[in-house]
Design a protein around this ligand. Structure first.
Ligand code: ADP
Length: 220
């Protein structure tokens, strides 16, 4: 399998964190920033680091931006630059573009331009932290669609201990499917109906977000 290639435009907090994650994952990463200081910090980390203003279309062309599998527009505060650069990389034919939006209006414009994935990191992180605060037993979650989630929920109630999924009538009661059970370092995948639960097990469940919330709050 050939390595995926990424170009990150803008090395603020978001872009630099994406960069490190991709490099740690073994990907080839080109970074572009107009700030020499930022580029100097990433010369040894990224595969290639270029000082340039990405608003210059000729620069994007000479870098061969269209040859990258994925471009991440991580320009934060300068919304005008973010919009112009996103427009140009889409027009130059990049297949997968992810761009960071500062607010909902910025996000709407980026979506209209054909950006494939628009992210609002502060908002998404805020939601995630809020969920964790609402229920300490919701260890993690992933939205599969607008109202379907996979979530990891810790069993805290002694009334669940030593009862199996069938006896708890888990699916009927909570309208959730248990994909796996994490117990210490073990993972029981696709547990059978006669699988007994223990306190401190973590259940990986899939179902409607409202049902996931209901179950995790019932553990509080
Ligand atoms: P964050 O909120 O993720 O920290 P910032 O807005 O603070 O984002 O940082 C964005 C980065 O993008 C900065 O390092 C800035 O130098 C860079 N940047 C902004 N505009 C351009 C541009 N036109 N071309 C290249 N880099 C840019």
């Amino acid at each position: 399998m050939t390595k995926q290639t990424f170009a990150i435009i803008g090395l603020g907090r978001f872009g630099s964190s994406v960069c490190k994650t991709l490099v740690d994952g073994g990907a080839e990463v080109l970074v572009i920033d107009k700030s020499e200081a930022q580029i100097n910090n990433y010369k040894k980390i990224a595969t290639q680091a270029i000082i340039a203003d990405a608003q210059d279309e000729n620069t994007l062309k000479s870098i061969g931006i269209r040859n990258f599998d994925h471009v991440i527009v991580a320009i934060g505060e300068d919304i005008q630059a973010s919009i112009l650069v996103s427009l140009m990389v889409k027009e130059l034919g990049v297949k997968h573009v992810t761009a960071k939006a500062q607010n909902k209006y910025h996000a709407r414009v980026l979506e209209k331009l054909g950006v494939d994935k628009v992210v609002r990191p502060e908002r998404e992180m805020g939601k995630r932290i809020g969920k964790g605060l609402l229920s300490e037993n919701m260890l993690d979650y992933l939205n599969l669609s607008a109202n379907i989630q996979v979530a990891e929920i810790k069993i805290t109630k002694p009334s669940f201990a030593n009862k199996d999924l069938a006896k708890l009538r888990f699916r009927n009661h909570y309208h959730l499917n248990v994909i796996a059970i994490k117990r210490n370092d073990d993972i029981i995948i696709s547990p059978r109906a006669d699988q007994k639960l223990l306190v401190n097990d973590s259940l990986l469940v899939v179902g409607k977000t409202a049902d996931v919330d209901h179950f995790s709050q019932s553990m509080s």
